[in-house]
Design a binder for this molecule. Structure first.
Ligand code: SF4
Ligand code: SF4
Length: 370
């Protein structure tokens, strides 16, 4: 006979989730490991993680009377043919997953209330609550912790958005921690271009391209800019090389399939966007997260990393016209990296007029190194 839990998980699948389980709302097992990571400052400038250092392994504190957590995952695995300057990570090629999945969780909560006839209290978690979401997924058997730190499912791979619905009713447990199927493989560690996976299952976010291009505010450290390569927003390398992802099916979840306007967004185009175009092009897209200045900063680094001097006229034009100092500073770096007489001449001319001390410093270093 169908139990309430069966019906909830069946409804979750109808809503588009590809993996589901249920665990009790109890303290999670990897809180200490998380705290060691924070204490080693490997979270970089993601201060919200440090502020919630002691809370993230306590889902029971997120809802009065919390009893159970419905653990869910939706796939964003799409065919990826992008091989040009300005790559956008796969998770960000569709619509903003927070809004899409929070809406689905609210629908699921409504379903639970209708099924039980009770005023069930529920709280949706999609990346915005202080919660070790990977730990919930691990406990529910959605996947194991890969050496790249992602939750890996044998059928669905790791291109997964995680989502949780915390409820104040008892549901039967579904799923249990699974065996680690990484085995002797180290492809993700070997492929990471910046050495950010410092040990199996341990990420130094400060070196990770995803952190540097999405979460980090301000200048990207100069020594890390070459390692950013052609990645304008995020990085999929440690997932792309994983053999489990090559077997995983592509998603049929339409909000997460690549949007043409995002797939068409190259670094040179991004570098020419004003604020109005940035908002219009990237409405409801995760690519808005670093704001215009952060995205254009990344675009400048990407163009510098192409090694292609055909971008120099565009970079010179943007160095003159770009209103934000952060972006001008990275354009100066890109010109220095591409080098040549035209780039040097433009940098020297700009230094005469540049009002911002940070950009002046970037120009001087670019002139020294070009
Ligand atoms: S996302 Fe990219 S930079 Fe970050 S750990 Fe994975 S491969 Fe390395
Ligand atoms: S690439 Fe290999 S080691 Fe890394 S997560 Fe995948 S299976 Fe595990």
């Amino acid at each position: 006979m169908n139990t309430l839990t069966d019906r909830i998980l069946s409804r979750a699948h109808e809503l588009g989730f590809v993996c589901a389980g249920v665990v009790p709302a109890e303290p999670l097992p990897h809180g200490e490991a998380f705290r060691r990571w924070i204490d080693a400052e490997q979270h970089g400038s993601m201060d919200w993680l440090a502020r919630t250092r002691d809370a993230r392994d306590h889902p029971e504190a997120l809802l009065d009377g919390a009893r159970s957590i419905v653990a869910l995952a939706a796939s964003y695995h799409t065919p990826d043919a992008r091989q040009r300057p300005g790559e956008v990570a796969m998770y960000a090629q569709g619509y903003d997953y927070h809004k899409v999945l929070e809406h689905r969780l609210e629908t699921l909560a409504g379903f639970i209330r209708a099924e039980t006839g009770q005023e069930v209290n529920a709280r949706a978690a999609v990346d915005r609550l202080p919660l070790l979401e990977r730990d919930v997924a691990y406990l529910a058997g959605i996947g194991w912790y890969g050496k790249n730190t992602m939750i890996l499912n044998r059928d669905q791979g790791s291109y997964l958005f995680l989502a949780e619905l915390i409820v104040d009713i008892d549901l039967e447990r579904v799923g249990a921690p699974m065996k680690d199927y990484c085995g002797t493989c180290t492809r993700c560690i070997d492929a990471c271009p910046t050495g950010a996976i410092v040990a199996p299952g341990r990420l130094d976010a400060r070196r990770c391209i995803a952190y540097l291009t999405i979460e980090h505010r301000g200048p990207i450290p100069r020594d890390l800019r070459p390692g950013v390569g052609l990645h304008m927003f995020g990085c999929d390398i440690c997932q792309a090389v994983c053999p489990w992802n090559s077997k995983a099916p592509h998603t049929r979840d339409w909000p997460f399939v690549g949007r043409p306007e995002v797939l068409a967004l190259s670094a040179d185009r991004a570098l020419q966007m004003d604020q109005a175009e940035f908002h219009a092009t990237l409405q409801l897209s995760p690519v808005q997260r670093p704001q215009r200045a952060g995205l254009l900063r990344n675009a400048a680094v990407v163009l510098g990393n192409t090694g292609d001097r055909r971008w120099i006229p565009l970079l010179i034009e943007r160095l003159r016209a770009e209103p934000q100092a952060l972006v001008r500073g990275h354009i100066a770096w890109a010109l220095g990296r591409l080098g040549g007489a035209a780039a040097r001449g433009a940098l020297a001319a700009r230094l005469e007029q540049e009002p911002d001390p940070y950009v002046q410093d970037e120009i001087r270093v670019a002139l020294d190194e070009s």
